[in-house]
Ligand binder design. Structure first.
Ligand code: FES
Length: 104
């Protein structure tokens, strides 16, 4: 799989969040509490894009459509629908020189 750069490392900071389309995959690159995440830019509830979602303390993301919170590390939803929803889809960040991206 070819490496696809998303961002320069020196442009990342806590609170960074940006959507990309890579080879037909919509992904969201974000950094929170010093940790980098690449997730599918799609809420598992009703497929709404997560680029405008709120990042919450405790490494969580809350979809603005219906307020469901997902743990960024496990991808699991919280609340009463937790067991019925798929987890967020994660991609592994790949570091190449001064860039981060993914193999896709
Ligand atoms: S579409 Fe995200 S919470 Fe409903």
């Amino acid at each position: 799989m070819p490496f696809c750069a998303l961002e320069q490392l020196n442009k990342l900071y806590d609170g960074y969040k940006r959507a990309f389309c890579v080879n037909g995959h919509n992904v969201l690159l974000l950094q929170e509490e010093g940790k980098l995440y690449i997730i599918e830019n799609r809420c598992p509830h009703m497929d709404v894009a997560l680029e405008y979602a709120d990042i919450l303390p405790g490494q969580k993301i809350r979809c603005r459509a219906h307020g469901i919170e997902f743990d960024l590390n496990s991808g699991r939803a919280g609340g009463p629908l937790a067991d019925s929803l798929d987890c967020l889809k994660h991609y592994t960040p790949v570091y190449h020189g001064s860039s981060v991206g993914l193999d896709i």
